[in-house]
Design a protein around this ligand. Structure first.
Ligand code: GAR
Length: 211
């Protein structure tokens, strides 16, 4: 069993997609050991509690980054977490946090990185006028939205799109991408070639649209 820790700041729909996929037995060897938030009252935490999962909130507002991250790390360690999944966790990790889980932190971002890192990725994509965007699941390193990419799923930008419509279409793909990426990483059947993540013939859950 690999103990997974999910970090979130808000709605938690990616957390729910991961939890549902694990409950269906589709990510062999995965168990959610803790769901942590940096924001009081995050809906994702309520959803995790409703499922009987171990949760904690460590408010980051007004807290120094290194101190907050140390408190989060303590909770992750207490829960025996081995793989950290950032799921709408809207806070940059300190170098100390990244060092504590080398190549063991995943993040999902609502664009095809390296395009449109940072906040409001969907708005950035619309404003730029790209015809295709999507989502990226990547390992976290010390730079923002930057580490090796596990997988990406693409989404067309329609002429009729506003930010909400585009974000909703990307989110549907996020909910497929994140569980698939976790399954790939837990398979252990990959290596890094430079910053390239190279998968070795592991069975994958989803087809079509995943790259
Ligand atoms: C998702 O769209 C995720 O990709 C994005 O926040 C949303 C969280 O939704 N993350 C980022 O922008 C990180 N830079 P959720 O709480 O429903 O999973």
């Amino acid at each position: 069993m690999t103990q997974i820790g999910v970090l979130l700041s808000g709605r938690g729909s990616n957390f729910l997609a991961i939890a549902d996929t694990i409950e269906r037995g589709e990510i062999p060897g995965a168990r959610i050991a803790a769901v942590l938030s940096n924001v009081a009252g995050a809906p994702g935490i309520h959803a995790a509690q409703a499922r009987g999962l171990h949760t904690a909130t460590v408010e980051s507002r007004g807290c120094k980054r290194a101190e907050h991250d140390a408190a989060m790390l303590e909770r992750l360690r207490d829960a025996g977490v081995e793989l950290v999944c950032l799921a709408g966790y809207m806070r940059l990790l300190s170098p100390g946090f990244v060092d504590a889980y080398p190549q063991k932190i995943l993040n999902i971002h609502p664009s095809l990185l390296p395009a449109f890192p940072g906040l409001d990725a969907q708005r950035q994509a619309l404003a730029y006028g790209v015809r295709v965007t999507g989502c990226t699941v990547h390992f976290v390193d010390k730079e923002l939205d930057h580490g090796p990419i596990v997988l990406q799923r693409t989404v067309p930008v329609l002429d009729t799109d506003d930010e909400a419509a585009l974000a909703a279409r990307i989110l549907e793909q996020e909910h497929l991408a994140y569980p698939e990426a976790i399954a790939r990483v837990l398979s252990g059947r990959y290596h890094f070639a430079g910053r390239r993540y190279v998968l070795r013939d592991a069975p994958t859950m989803a087809a079509g649209g995943t790259h």
